[in-house]
Design a protein around this ligand. Structure first.
Ligand code: RIB
Length: 301
């Protein structure tokens, strides 16, 4: 393994997870099954996924000065993520995500709280951290202007950028042009392409950057035309964080110099293992676990 540095700028949430047989309709009350409070946030999840694989991972983000914030920072540190650039803020509480799991699928409402204190000025104050990274990994649970600032700085220092456009929102063409890899799911990809007017050439260029995660249907990416990788079949316990596991695995693999196809295959194995356990980070595998899984499936990378 080469010693490569992955920097994640993004959200750190406490996930409040309820599982139920049936999701109530508006105005209705139902009896649920279980409730758990577990670490989450797309940024933190992706950082943990990369760190568990052995990557030197740095997190830039904000938490509130509350118990959730303290627990989450401690947890990230225990997972091997460098938290020296995670800032506690006084006037907001730590981000939370209210997650309902029913019939193997989930619904998520995020209250960003402290995550919205990741301002462009804060991002700019970490220019040296960005400049010395091999990969910058971003999502959309912090203000869009901060994502734009991070991409601008990465591009200035020729640092590769992976943008996971989730939760999806309309994105400026200038931002997308500076990103190296975009990792939407099918729904996000559709909205991304429909929300912008493209020339044919721009559309083609954008398509080439996309690695589309399609859940149990596999991965689509573009290299000399459209290519597909089928998903690994596993017993699914909880799909929360599958996309984050994919992104952490993809960032790790690209940072090690893998080809696009190898990185997609590797990340797909990371995501498959992640859904076999409960919680966004619960099933995120170590490198040994991914290697054992691939050996078992006769996949050689
Ligand atoms: O991608 C899953 C994550 O989305 C959850 O951990 C939750 O915090 C939300 O950010």
């Amino acid at each position: 393994m080469k010693n490569r540095k992955i920097t994640v700028i993004g959200s750190i949430n406490m996930d409040l997870v309820t599982s139920t047989d049936r999701v109530p309709t508006l105005g209705e009350t139902v009896m649920g099954e279980t409730f758990h409070t577990i670490p989450g946030g797309k940024g933190a999840n992706q950082a943990v996924a990369a760190a568990r694989l052995g990557a030197e991972t740095t997190m830039i983000g904000c938490v509130g000065q509350d118990l959730f914030g303290q627990d989450l920072v401690k947890h990230l540190e225990n997972q091997g993520v460098n938290v020296s650039n995670v800032k506690p803020v006084t006037d907001s509480s730590t981000g939370i995500a209210s997650i309902t799991i029913a019939n193997g699928d989930n619904q998520i409402i995020v209250i960003p709280g402290a995550n919205y204190h990741v301002t462009p000025a804060l991002v700019a104050s970490f220019e040296d951290v960005i400049a010395t990274s091999d990969i910058l990994l971003l999502q959309l649970e912090i203000p869009l202007e901060s994502v734009e600032k991070a991409v601008e700085l990465a591009s200035k220092h020729q640092v590769k950028v992976i943008l996971n456009p989730a939760p999806i929102q309309p994105l400026p063409k200038e931002l997308l042009a500076k990103v190296d890899y975009l990792t939407p799911n099918e729904y996000e990809q559709q909205l991304l392409f429909d929300s912008i007017e493209w020339t044919e050439q721009e559309r083609q260029e954008m398509v080439k950057k996309c690695i589309i995660t399609r859940g149990s249907k596999g991965i689509t990416f573009f290299q000399d035309g459209e290519r597909e990788i089928p998903s690994f079949k596993v017993d699914v316990v909880d799909t929360t964080g599958a996309g984050d596991s994919f992104n952490g695995g993809f960032a790790y693999s690209i940072s090690q110099g893998a080809s696009l196809e190898q990185a997609c295959q590797f990340a797909s194995a990371v995501a498959a293992l992640s859904v076999t356990k409960f919680g966004a980070q619960g099933g995120m595998p170590t490198m040994e676990e991914v290697q054992a899984f691939l050996r078992e499936r006769n996949e050689i990378l």
